[in-house]
Design a protein. Structure first.
Ligand SMILES: [Zn+2]
Length: 78
């Protein structure tokens, strides 16, 4: 078994800590416009969508960053 991939944005597993290495993760919204997509974990995908809605979406220059715990707690419950 290879080591599960690590999210470059928050340092958690991709696609999630619950199922590390199961599935590809999601392409980061922060870089898809001008670079090859970077795969981030599911909570980061939700966090980026939330930040984007707030007009606060950052760039990979600010990574790694802390994602609020509530984005991780959403895993597996919806
Ligand atoms: Zn992440």
């Amino acid at each position: 078994m290879a080591q599960p991939p690590i999210c470059p944005r928050c340092g958690h597993y991709v696609p999630s800590d619950v199922e590390p290495g199961v599935g590809p993760g999601v392409p980061s919204m922060s870089v898809s416009a001008d670079l090859d997509s970077i795969m981030v974990c599911m909570p980061c995908g939700w966090h980026e969508a939330w930040q984007h809605a707030q007009g606060e979406l950052g760039t990979p220059g600010s990574w790694p960053l802390v994602v609020p715990e509530r984005f991780y707690k959403g895993l597996g419950s919806c």
